[in-house]
Structure formats: structure tokens, C-alpha cells
Design a protein around this ligand. Sequence first.
Ligand SMILES: [Zn+2]
Length: 102
Amino acid sequence: MTSCNLCHIVSRGLPLGRVYEDDLLVVLMDTSDGPAQMLVVPKLHEGSLEALGAAAQHHLYKISRRAGRSLHVAAGIAPDVRLQVLPADEGHAHLKVLAAAS
Ligand SMILES: [Zn+2]
């Protein structure tokens, strides 16, 4: 079994701010680079989002858009939201949801 920091977080090895979870992914509040961003992390350790398959990718983007809307409502700071597909640090692809400066 592959293990990395994100796998450790997904398996609840680290108590980070988990704001949503379902069978395929977890959404984490990330305060490392600023207050208004979230990480959308697939539970499967894959090096690319494409490797998850079309249905899982669709679900990932759908939940990311919802996370972005909740960031906007919670922070009340920006009408725009950006999604970044992050390089697979340690081989675990994921998305970062940012409230964009307007
Ligand atoms: Zn992993």
C-alpha cells in the first residue's frame, strides 16, 4: 500500500480541518498559505486526476466548485474562485480551491 502525507491525512492520521468527506474524497481547510483555501483530496493515491477515471473526476470538480462557493460565502471576500490542479507531491494528485482576489 502506498503511503504519503495526503494518504496519512485522508486516513485521519493527522487531525486537519476536514470540512467534507464522502466515499471518494475529503475536503480540507488549508490555512498554510492564507485563510481562504481548501484542498480537495481524492482518497485514492494516484499520480494524476486522469487516473481516477471520468466519473471520479467529474465528482471531484463538482465538489470543488461547491467548496469554492462555500469559501466565498464564509469569507465574503471574493466573487471569483480559482481551482489549481496541483502537481502530485509524493504522487498524490489533488486540487486546491482558492478564493480569488477581485
Ligand atoms: Zn497518497
